[in-house]
Design a protein around this ligand. Sequence first.
Ligand code: GAR
Length: 222
Amino acid sequence: MAYPPPQSREQDYPAAPSPARLVVLISGSGTNLQALIEACADPAYGARIVAVGADRDAIAGLERAEAAGIPTFVHRVKDFPERTDWDAQLTGTTAGYAPDLVVSAGFMKILGGDFMRRFEGRIVNTHPALLPSFPGAHGVKDALAYGVKVTGCTVHLVDEGVDTGPIIAQGVVEVRDADYEDDGEALHERIKTVERGLLVEAVGRLAREGHRVQGRRVLFST
Ligand code: GAR
């Protein structure tokens, strides 16, 4: 059997008028968000963050957004009767900002069907492992537990699976013996250093150039 399953889908996502509008979704410290905020300060980057959304309050990432004067919103799953209600609200609020791209930068919730249908092909996620290895919420710890010698990060388009969408870019980070001593914290920090550069580069190119999805491949349009 071919792995992954072959996909014949082909779809164009032309570049938006500059600057492209970004909605960034976060759940935590927001260092990837901060890297995007700094990149967007340069008009040549071709994108601006129109809103930052979160699934929880009192997180450093929201403070970063507020310090940069970016509108924020918080939708917590537990405040809705059903997860589909949360999904509908997240979709509606995000759509209200008319984003050209949605960036999931450390957003620790699986996006729902409404959200996927509304922004299909234009949602970017960053993951702290070399997909398809170690998907899910514990990419760094799972890689360590497996005993790999290299790991890294993956920037990819989001599809209906968990960390299964077409890959845009990957970066490699070596695992050191000392990484077993602190439960992967130092390793995650080294991954995040690579990840921030990779995400900024990928989002900038998607914004400025547009992209085409050809089966499992993401091709920049210029
Ligand atoms: C990043 O390493 C990101 O890849 C990871 O959370 C971190 C967020 O850091 N996301 C996941 O694990 C998603 N499965 P940040 O809040 O400092 O940007």
